[in-house]
Design a protein around this ligand. Sequence first.
Ligand SMILES: Cc1cc2nc3c(=O)[nH]c(=O)nc-3n(C[C@H](O)[C@H](O)[C@H](O)COP(=O)(O)OP(=O)(O)OC[C@H]3O[C@@H](n4cnc5c(N)ncnc54)[C@H](O)[C@@H]3O)c2cc1C
Ligand SMILES: NC(=O)c1ccc[n+]([C@@H]2O[C@H](COP(=O)([O-])OP(=O)(O)OC[C@H]3O[C@@H](n4cnc5c(N)ncnc54)[C@H](OP(=O)(O)O)[C@@H]3O)[C@@H](O)[C@H]2O)c1
Length: 446
Amino acid sequence: MTKICIIGAGPSGLAQLRAFEQAENNGAEIPEIVCYEKQENWGGLWNFSWRTGTDQAGDTVHNSMYRYLWSNGPKEGLEFADYTFQEHFGKSIASYPPREVLFDYIQGRIKNTNVREKIEFDTLVRDVKYIEDRKIFAVTTRNGKTDSEKTVEFDNVIVASGHFSTPNVPYYEGFEIFNGRILHAHDFRDAREFSDMDLLVLGTSYSAEDITSQCWKYGCRSVTVAHRTAPMGFGWPENIKEVPALVKVNERTAFFKDGSSAEFDAIILCTGYKHHFSFLPDDLRLKTANRLACNDLYKGVVWNNNPKLFYLGMQDQWYTFNMFDAQAWYVRDVLMGQIQLPDQKTMDRDPVIRQENEDALEDDYACIRYQGAYVQELINETDYENFNIDAANEAFFQWKKAKKKNIMTFRDQGGLISPMDESISPPHHTEWKDELDDTMASYMKN
Ligand SMILES: Cc1cc2nc3c(=O)[nH]c(=O)nc-3n(C[C@H](O)[C@H](O)[C@H](O)COP(=O)(O)OP(=O)(O)OC[C@H]3O[C@@H](n4cnc5c(N)ncnc54)[C@H](O)[C@@H]3O)c2cc1C
Ligand SMILES: NC(=O)c1ccc[n+]([C@@H]2O[C@H](COP(=O)([O-])OP(=O)(O)OC[C@H]3O[C@@H](n4cnc5c(N)ncnc54)[C@H](OP(=O)(O)O)[C@@H]3O)[C@@H](O)[C@H]2O)c1
C-alpha cells in the first residue's frame, strides 16, 4: 500500500487529512498516512502559544500569532465549502472572529473523525531524503517528549509546514546600541507590554497594520510606522503616523530618510517571513518569494523537480482555508490516480506562466480575483464542493473598502454574504476598539 507523509497539522495539513477522510467515507481505499506535527496539538498558527524563542523540546517556536488577534480578513473569504460557519456555530456570526473562534471552527469538521489517529504529535521532522534507486523518501523525526529519533520510509511527502514562522530580520545601523527592545512580529505576543510607550514599527503589510492597531487599542502612547517602499495610507488616529524609511538608530533616537528623527521605547520589525525548510535538502527545497504564484510548483502544489513531493499553502494568502482545501483535494486526487500529471515541459512552464500573469496584475483587487480563479481552477478538477468564488471575492472587496474608510472600525461592520450558504453576517455587538476581551465566550454573545 502507498505510504504518505504529511509534515505539519496546521490548516493545510488538516485539509489534506480531511480530503483523504472524505474519499474514505465515500468508499475509496486510501493510502496509509502519517502526519508529523512538532507541536502538542493541531491547528498550526491557530494553536496559540505564549512561548517565544524555543519550545518545550528546544526547537524553534512555530507560533507567530498573538493574544488579542482577530482575523484580518473576512471569514466569508476563508470559509470551508464543506463545513460552513453556520453549521459549526448554529447561527450567523460577525465577520472578523478572534483567533480562538477560528481555532474552534477549524477543529469542528475533524473533531469527530479518525483524523487525529493519523497524527504523531510532539514529532519534529528533522530530515527528508529521496533515495533515487528505490524511489522512496526516508523521513527522520525526533519525538520531543521521548527525545528519540526514528527514520520511516514513504512513497510521497506533502510539506504543509507553513511559511509565516521564520522571521525576516533586517539589520539597521545602531540596532546593537539601541536601549529599548527590538523584536520581530514573530515574537510579539501581547500589546499590553507596550502600553504608554512610543513605538517604531517597520513594514507596511498586515503585521505592521495589525500590530500598530493592536498597540493603539491597548494603550501605547504613539506609533510611528516607517515604510521602505510606500506608506499604508490609512486615515490613522492622531497618535499614529507614517514616515519614510529608517536609516539608522542610536541609543534612543531613530533617523529617517527625510532627515527627521524621533525617540522611541521599542522597535517592532514587521518585516515579513522566509520560506524556510531546514529539514529538506537542496533538490527538494522550495525557494520562493512570498507571492501568489510560487517558483517550481505545478498548479501551485506539485514539486516539479520530483513530482512525488508536494507543498501546500506556500502562496501569499488572500484566500486561506478553502484554498488549502482546494489544493489538498487536488493533491489527493493526483496521489490516488484520479488526476494525471502532464509531461515535464508542461509542468515546468506552468509556474512561469502563472508568475507572468501575476506580474501583470494591477492592484489588490486583481490579485484577489487571480487567487480566486486559482482556487476555482483546482476545485474544477476535484469533487471539492463548488462555491461562489465571485461572492468570496466580493467579501474581500467590501473588506478592503471598509478598511480604506476607517482602519479602526472595519471589523465592526456586518452585511457580508457567505459564499457558501448566502447567510449575512451581523455587525459585531461591540466596537473592536472597545472590545478588550477576545475570548470566544465574549465574541459569541451576539
Ligand atoms: C500573525 C498571523 C496572522 C494570521 N491571520 C490570519 C487570518 O486572520 N486569517 C487567515 O485566513 N489567515 C491568517 N494567517 C495566515 C496563516 O498562514 C493561515 O491562516 C494558516 O495558518 C496557514 O496554515 P498552514 O497549515 O499552511 O501553516 P501553519 O498554520 O503555519 O501550520 C504549519 C504546521 O506545521 C508544523 N510544522 C512546521 N515545521 C514542522 C516540522 N519540521 N515537523 C513537524 N511539524 C512541523 C507547525 O507546528 C504547524 O502546526 C495569519 C498568519 C500570521 C503569521
Ligand atoms: N490579524 C491578522 O489576521 C494578521 C495579523 C498579522 C499578520 N497576518 C498575516 O501574516 C502574514 C504575513 O504578513 P506580514 O505583514 O508579516 O509579512 P508580509 O506581508 O510579507 O510583509 C512584509 C513587510 O515587510 C517589509 N520589509 C521587508 N524587509 C524590510 C526591510 N529590510 N526594511 C523595512 N521593511 C521591510 C515589506 O516592505 P516592502 O513593501 O518595502 O517590501 C512589507 O511591508 C499575512 O498572511 C497576513 O495576513 C494576519
